[in-house]
Design a protein around this ligand. Structure first.
Ligand code: SAH
Ligand code: DHB
Ligand code: MG
Length: 223
């Protein structure tokens, strides 16, 4: 029992429930070839994102943290033909890889990638009157999670889902004395969600091919 088994089970579930997917596999291969870090969501997590987006009949999706566009492809596939997804990415190089991966997946028209630090691009989105978004996926720098959560609330409506990746970090999240800005950001986020009356929020620990981590999910219940 242990990590090797988590990997085996994740691969097994992914084989049985997700199956081969040329566009997604090509996106990972291209991301790897461009030396992007291998930190995309797993296939099973990606499919969960798609299911959640479909469950709220998402027509407008916001993602913070694009990387090579792997999670973006999963989310964008839940959109109807006239739906759209905006994804925010600080690295021009990552955005370029994502652009190519999204085009290869046939999703270029539904997805807009905005390059820049999200704390700068989010206020611009709001000023342009973008949103409300039906689903917001937060998966960028973890120290800014509290601010991303507040922006997600601003850019959502009752019924929207806000999903935040990487909220366990191998268990480090329970360390109240941590000086790691990521852990501090994740803990502040969890506290914010816990006391925010506009959302109904929970979080799940996960194990699998990305090790031990977790995700939080908040349903916006009031304006
Ligand atoms: N959602 C992706 C993984 C994202 S990895 C997937 O599952 O496929 C985190 C990404 O956030 C990286 O590409 C990183 O460059 C980006 N990032 C880091 N800090 C950021 C910031 N301040 N604003 C926007 N993007 C940022
Ligand atoms: C890491 C993993 C992630 O899913 C992410 O979004 C950022 C970083 C990591 O393992 O370092
Ligand atoms: Mg992540």
């Amino acid at each position: 029992m242990g990590e090797a088994q988590w990997f085996d089970v994740d691969h097994y579930l992914s084989e049985v429930l997700v199956g081969a997917d040329p566009a997604l596999e090509a996106a990972l291969a291209a991301s790897d070839a461009a030396d992007l870090p291998a930190i995309s969501v797993t296939p099973n997590q990606g499919k969960l994102l798609k299911i959640l987006a479909s469950s709220v009949s998402a027509r407008a999706i916001l993602e913070i943290g694009t990387l090579g566009g792997y999670s973006t492809i999963w989310l964008a596939r839940a959109l109807p033909p006239d739906g759209h997804l905006i994804t925010l990415e600080a690295s021009a190089k990552h955005a370029e890889v994502a652009r190519s991966n999204l085009a290869n997946a046939g999703l270029a028209e539904r997805v807009e990638i905005r390059i820049g630090r999200a704390l700068e691009t989010l206020p611009r989105l709001a000023a342009e009157g973008k949103g409300p978004f039906d689903l917001i996926f937060v998966d960028a720098d973890k120290q800014s999670n509290p601010e991303y959560f507040q922006w997600a609330l601003t850019l959502s409506h009752p019924g929207s889902l806000i999903i935040i990746d990487n909220i366990v970090r191998g268990g480090a999240v329970t360390d109240a004395k941590s000086h790691d800005p990521d852990i501090i950001g994740i803990r502040r986020l969890n506290e914010l969600m816990g006391r925010e009356p506009r959302v109904c929020a929970t979080a799940m620990q996960t194990v699998g091919s990305k090790g031990y981590d977790g995700f939080a999910i908040a349903l916006v219940v009031a304006p």
